[in-house]
Ligand binder design. Structure first.
Ligand code: NOJ
Ligand code: NOJ
Length: 493
């Protein structure tokens, strides 16, 4: 028994390194060179939006647009997603000047975050939007947004872990003796005691009140990682409490599934806001799989309910946008297949300027779908096997029917394909082709200087809405990082 476990885990270890050695398509190097140059541009542009001139140190501009639309604000969510990305870069750099530059951004963000936590405002910790000097936004806005402090906690937990690994002091972040001054603990206490407070909470698109799948998943991540940090820092009582609340969240997630629709609904317990999201189908559900990533199998990318939701999302968006009639495009002078471009939800009317419609596809969402496919490759490479469920089979069928990706080896529902088999290898290499179609779609619609917007016009494909949207850059750099990992698995480099 023991021996077979050892062999199994050795095999799993080994398979992560095994290269499928598929042959990359001829356009691969043109796409890779686009990805690599644009990653550098995206990092530069993202960093420029943290502590920009004219703002308090540590404030993160959601975009550089100051009018039509005005995104010159610090949104707690966008900032959390952004600094979480910076903390990942920090962990993988060895250059000391770069390390110092990233730490400076994270330290300033931490100080600024503390200022926001201690400024009194109507929605307190649930305040989603601040002026760039740290004053709470005073206009009418859909609040509270309770994903926001959870995402801030996730970003700072990532940084605190880094500091701890270097033997540095983290008491401003988490100190059980100073509960009310600890930045991370302040957010965790709010999340733990408010996640189920009411159904007045606004979704991440700031439009609908109720309880939202994305929000719950980020809250769950914050509490689980928060509990780990609490245990590490000798706060066992808090660890028990955070884990308990995370467990309650987990236990309630099944309510989001619709067996009639065969997808995860974005909102339950609706209590107001926009009343035209009839489908309740929303890309924020799959963004949750990317942002809540604990790799614990709980609504992760390979889960059946996520895969079924992806199938529904792609079917819903394909017919909505004029640019989705294209199935190939020129990137870096080379023609390559491209995917459909994806938006927030099918009924969206936000144009990037107003809500008079029609809604558009978004850069960060299409990058997110590329990342989703790369993460499937990473997950199944780690597992060393792929079990074909009927949800997965429909997902793979869709690659064939929508994107003409050919499977020469058939996959049968109920069968597990192991690393080393032709079917396993072909599923991974076809996922790579699909992920790259989303990447190529982003590439084609991105300005040649790397400037990204919030959206692309649904008919012309040109950038629309907020310019230099920080989140668009972070979504690209995350997708690029996972592409590099997936490419090593599938192509060996
Ligand atoms: C601005 C919000 O940020 C956006 O998500 C929303 O669609 C529009 N307001 C319209 O409510
Ligand atoms: C509108 C998006 O819907 C929302 O999620 C985001 O926080 C703001 N724009 C700022 O980027």
């Amino acid at each position: 028994m023991k021996l077979s476990i050892q062999i199994a885990s050795l095999a799993a270890l080994f398979s992560a390194a095994i290269v499928n050695a598929a042959t990359a398509p001829s356009y691969n190097s043109a796409l890779s060179s686009w990805v690599n140059t644009k990653t550098i541009a995206a990092q530069t542009r993202l960093l420029a939006n943290i502590s920009p001139a004219g703002a308090s140190a540590g404030a993160v501009a959601a975009a550089t647009s100051t009018s039509n639309p005005n995104y010159w604000f610090h949104w707690t969510r966008d900032a959390g997603i952004t600094l979480h990305e910076v903390s990942i870069w920090l962990n993988s750099t060895t250059d000391s000047a770069t390390t110092d530059a990233y730490k400076q951004k994270l330290n300033d963000y931490s100080t600024f975050s503390r200022q926001l936590q201690t400024t009194s405002s109507t929605y307190g910790i649930g305040t989603a939007k601040y002026y760039m000097n740290g004053a709470p936004f005073t206009g009418a806005w859909c609040m509270p947004q309770r994903d926001s402090p959870a995402m801030r906690a996730v970003s700072l937990i990532g940084y605190a872990r880094y500091l701890l690994s270097k033997g540095e002091d983290v008491s401003v972040y988490y100190d059980r003796k100073l509960p009310t001054t600890s930045i991370i603990k302040t957010d965790l206490e709010y999340v733990a005691s408010n996640w189920n407070a009411d159904n007045n909470n606004c979704d991440i698109w700031e439009e609908v009140r109720g309880n939202h799948f994305y929000t719950r998943m980020i809250q769950r991540r914050a509490l689980i990682e928060g509990a780990q940090l609490a245990s590490q820092l000798n706060d066992p009582g808090a660890a028990v409490y955070y884990n308990l609340q995370a467990g309650y969240i987990s236990g309630n997630m099944t309510e989001f599934w619709s067996s009639t629709n065969n997808y995860i609904q974005t909102t339950i317990d609706y209590s107001g806001g926009l009343d035209y999201k009839a489908s309740n189908l929303d890309s924020q559900v799959f963004l949750a799989a990317l942002h809540s990533g604990l790799d614990d199998g709980f609504y992760t990318v390979e889960s059946d309910q996520m895969l079924s939701t992806i199938v529904a999302i792609i079917n819903a968006f394909q017919p909505l946008y004029g640019i989705n009639s294209m199935n190939s495009a020129i990137v870096n002078s080379v023609s390559m297949p491209i995917s459909v471009a994806l938006g927030r939800y099918p009924e969206d009317k936000y144009t990037g300027y107003n809500s008079n419609g029609p809604g558009n596809p978004w850069s960060l969402i299409t990058s997110g779908m590329a990342e989703y496919h790369y993460r499937l490759i990473e997950t199944w490479s780690k597992d060393g096997s792929i079990s074909v469920t009927s949800a997965l089979s429909s997902f793979l069928d869709q690659l064939n029917s929508k994107y003409k990706i050919i499977f020469t080896n058939s996959y049968a529902v109920g069968t597990t394909y192991f690393s080393g088999s032709a079917t396993y290898a072909e599923i991974l290499s076809n996922l790579m082709l699909a992920g790259d179609m989303y990447m190529a779609c982003v590439a084609f619609h991105t300005d040649s200087n790397g400037q990204m917007y919030e959206e692309w016009n649904l008919n012309t494909g040109y950038g629309q809405g907020a310019v230099n949207l920080t989140w668009s850059y972070g979504a690209h750099t995350a997708a690029a990082r996972h592409r590099a990992a997936a490419s090593k698995i599938v192509y060996g480099n």
